[in-house]
Design a protein around this ligand. Sequence first.
Ligand SMILES: Nc1ncnc2c1ncn2[C@@H]1O[C@H](COP(=O)(O)OP(=O)(O)OP(=O)(O)O)[C@@H](O)[C@H]1O
Ligand SMILES: [Mg+2]
Length: 472
Amino acid sequence: MKFFDNTPIGSLVTRTISDIETISDIFSQGLFVIIGELLKLIVVVCMMFYTDWRLALISLIAIPLLLIATAWFKHNIKSAFQDVRKEVSNINTFIQEHIVGMNLVQIFNRERSEFEKFKKINKNHLNANLRSVFYYSIFFPIVEILSALSIGLIIWYGGDAIISGKEVTLGELVAFILYIYMMFRPIRQLADRFNVLQMGIVGSERVFKVLDTKDFIKDDGDVIKDQIQGTVKYKNVKFSYKDDNWVLNGISFSIEKGKKLALVGRTGSGKTSIINLLNRFYDIQSGSITIDGINVEKFKLDNLRKHIAVVQQEVHLFSSSIMQNVILFDENISEEDVLNASKEIGIHDFIMSLPGGYDYIVGERGVTLSTGQRQLISFLRVYLRNPQILILDEATSSIDSYTEQILQSALQKISEGRTTIVIAHRLSTIVDSDKILLLKNGVVLEEGSHSELLKLNGEYKKMYATQHSEEN
Ligand SMILES: Nc1ncnc2c1ncn2[C@@H]1O[C@H](COP(=O)(O)OP(=O)(O)OP(=O)(O)O)[C@@H](O)[C@H]1O
Ligand SMILES: [Mg+2]
């Protein structure tokens, strides 16, 4: 998660699609042409030496100069291509971000100014491309000049030799002029294919950078459990997303198997962070988190996550049918299982009320459904997987009381016999919890059952009183 937090989507898309394409171009357009032209070059040079070694050496006088020019060209064109790839990635990042956030752009009338920004990024892209064209426009004439130079030298030396009656014949001289043309043609072609080759090399460097990314989370545990009890214990957990900006500053609590724990606290107090540590989206800096007394780092990662189901604050749906979104393309879950489960937790009627029922195609990211509806679907997702530990990060946005009711009874059903951690914004939904933790600035401020906390006469009571009076 840390990697995806810090890497723009557009940049990753560029690397996985168009940078890969530049690599495939090496094979489809670059490599074979290059091998063919190289062979031509070798044959021509051999023929030159076979015909007359002195004329051959003179024809090759320009080659060192050509090598120098090529080295210069290669160096510059590479940095130009690196810029081109970087700008392509910038364009993709910008477009991706702005299309996803189009509603925001429109709400705040930002179309014109964002378009100006887009033009600027495009301009950078153009400039990077122009720079690469510029190096070509210098390099090709240099190759021309060197080829003309070679021909000049051959005519000068060969002509002189013929006139002074040495071993060179007119036929050989003409042959060498043609050889030189034949030698420089593949060289020009090769330089042209540098384009493809260099692009591919730059592309592959970018792709390897992604491939070489080390996993932040080491999957080197070897505990695999078919069943867990679900006793969760946090001991003195310290955690920060970055450096020592502690988001959690020594959190300790425990929850017995099958019990219900609620986390409450102001926005930004670290509730979502706490639960993201249990299934190891992030690793902690110090302290320990255990399930049934086993440190979560000791579990094999997929086994750990198999036992923990999370309904996230923001539910993500793929642009597919409700059915596919529930089973998440898992072939072990039958449609019948889904129907039964959704009836059990009481959301069958809601799904059937959608056009097409379970075959209703939700838009990308689930935009065609409301927040509450998305949560209901993710409940079903979780319920089908029958996890021992259930985590629910309540959506902040309020939902209508009807959906709320369905959600509550579904939750009741789902959490039966499971260890449940609920993050709640409306305290009315968690009064029946076995334990409530009130978080503030990364520490547990108050802890206890609802009635115990009320007796404390502290922050919780204040929060509860405020909400209670709002509700009445
Ligand atoms: N991916 C992240 N990278 C860096 N900092 C983060 C990240 N996610 C959260 N934070 C920071 O960590 C702190 C706790 O955030 P967290 O999401 O845990 O709060 P929360 O209690 O769940 O809030 P809310 O009630 O609004 O959901 C915040 O200060 C937030 O800015
Ligand atoms: Mg949160």
